[in-house]
Design a protein around this ligand. Sequence first.
Ligand code: FAD
Length: 554
Amino acid sequence: MAKYIIVGGVAAGAAFAAKMRRLDERAEMVLFEKGPHVSYANCGLPYHVGGVIEKEESLLLHTPASLKARMNVDVQVNTEVLSINRANKSVRVKNLISGEEKDYRYDKLMLAPGGTAIRPDIPGSGLPEVFIIKDVVDTVNIKKFADEKKRGHVTVVGGGFIGLEMAENFHAHGFEVCVLEASEQVLPPFDYEMAAIVHNHMRDKGIDLRLGSKLKAIVKSTSGLELQLDKGLLHTDFVLMSIGVRPLTQLAVAAGLDIGATGGIKTNQYMQTSDPDIYAAGDAVEVTSFVTGRPQLVPLAGIANKQARAAAFHIAGRARKVYPVQGTAVVKVFDLTAAVTGSNEKTLKNNNIAYDKVYLHPLNHAGYYPGASQLSLKLLFSRDNGCILGAQVIGREGADKRIDVLSTAMFANLTIHDLGFLELAYAPPYSATRDPVNFAGDVAVEVVKNAYRQFFWDDCDMLDENKVFLVDARSPGEYKKGTIGKAVNIPLPEIRARLGEFPRDKDIYIFCLSGLRSYVSARILSQEGFTVYNLSGGYTSWEIADRDRKARAD
Ligand code: FAD
C-alpha cells in the first residue's frame, strides 16, 4: 500500500488529497497542516471582514473529521513539517500544541506549503495594529479589531488584488480608507492606463488613493498610528499590509531541491521536483509564462488546483501535464470588475516581444436594452502572426465573460483573425450581434492589414502642431464639454462638406469618443488622399488617464 504525505492543507494540499483518493482508494494518506484549519476559502477572506460572508464557518469548507469521513485522509492540524529526510524518505513533524516530534515515512511527498505574506522590513511593521491577511486566523483578528473599533481610519499598504478587495471591505465596514501604493498604479498585471480606470473609480468611492507613496516607518502615537511616508505623514488607526506573497521554500531548500530563479520551487510539467518522489504545487512553485516562456510566480488558486491534480494523476500513472500559465485573473473593485489574461505591455516590452494593441470601449450589451454599461478593453497581439499576447477588460458588467473568452482563445492558439468569427451567445440583455470580443478582433485585423494608422492616449501630449492637424470628430455638444489640446471640431456628419479645412501639408490626427466615428472619418479622409491617424480608444482612453493625472496633481 502506497503512503502519501502532504504538507499544507489548503488549496493545493486539499485538492491533491481529494484527487489522489479518487485515483487510489487503498493508499495511506496523511496531511499535515501547521495552522488550525484545513481546506478553507482564502479567496473569500476579505468578504468576511466586510460582512458579505457573515459567518466564519462559511469560510471553512472542511474539517479534519469531514476529510477523514469523505476521503479517508488522516488530517493533522496544528502540526508543522519541520524537515525532509530524502535518504530515508521521511518527514519530521512537530505537534505545535503538545510539542511532540515524530517521523513519518512516505513513498511520495506533496509539498503544498503556499507562500508567506510579506511584512516589510521597516520599523513598526510588527506592531499589534499592523495586520496581514493570509488565513482564517488573520481574518478573524482583523474583523475583531475592526468590529471593536467600529469607525475610524485604516490604511491598506499595497494596491494588488487582495489590497483592493480589503479596501472595499473596510469601506463597506464603515472605515475611512487610504490605499498606499509605492508604484504609479494599482493592479500590477494591468497597464497604467487601464488601472487608471480603477484609480478614478476608487476616488469616486471616497478612497484616499496615494500612488507613488512609500511607507518608511510606523510609529505608535497617542491617537493611533503615525505612518512616516517618503512624502509626509499620515495618521491612521490601523494598517493592513498587503504587499504580496513569497513562496515558502525552507523545507525544499533544506532538502536540497532545486529552486528556480524566481525563488519558487522548480518542477517539471507533472509537478515533480528535482527529486522524483517529491512533488510540489501552489504558491510555493514557479511556473512558466504562456507568453514569454520564462519562469514566474503566479499565486492564484485555480493554478494551485490544476497543479495538484496533475501531480495526483502522475503518481497514479496517468500523465496529465500542466500547461504554461496565462495568469488569467479577475477582481471586483466596488462597482467594477477588472479582468486580465496573458502579458501586459510592460512585460512584453521587458521581454523584447514585438506587439501591437487596440483599445475599445464598447457597451456590455445592446444599447437599447436598459442598463447597458461601458466596457474598456485592451487587446495585445502580434502583428506578424496575429497571436493574442494579452488582454485587459474593465467594466461594471461582462468583463469576466470577455476575458474568459479571450483567455480560451489564447489557450487554443486562436489569432485575432479568428476572434471576429467566434459565435458568441447573443440576446439584447447579454451582448450585441457583434460581441466586444468579435469587435476587438476585427479592429486588430484592420490594424495589421494597415487599413488605418493608430495613435495612442499618451501620444497626445507630444503632437507637433506644425506637422499635425488634430481633429475632434464628435458633436459640438461633446466638444464643448472638453477636448484634447487644441483639437478642431469637425463632426463626422460635416466632414465631406468641410474637406477644405483639412491642410494638405499635415498629417491628420483624429478622434471621437471611442474610435468608431473617427474611424469612419478616417476612411473618408484617406480616400481623399490624406494621411490619417485614429486615436485608439478615442477621447475615452485619453480622458481616463487625464482624469487620473489631474487627481494626482491636486
Ligand atoms: P495555501 O492555500 O496558502 O496553503 C498552504 C498551507 O500550507 C497553509 O495553510 C500553511 O499553513 C501550510 N503550511 C506551510 N508550511 C507548512 C509546514 N511546514 N507544515 C505544515 N503546513 C504548512 N487566488 C485566486 O485565484 N483568486 C482569488 O480571488 C484569490 N483571493 C485571495 C484572497 C486572499 C485574502 C488570499 C490570502 C489569497 C487569495 N488568492 C486568490 C490566492 C490563493 O488563495 C492562493 O493562490 C492559493 O491558496 C495557494 O494555494 P497553496 O495550497 O499553494 O497555499
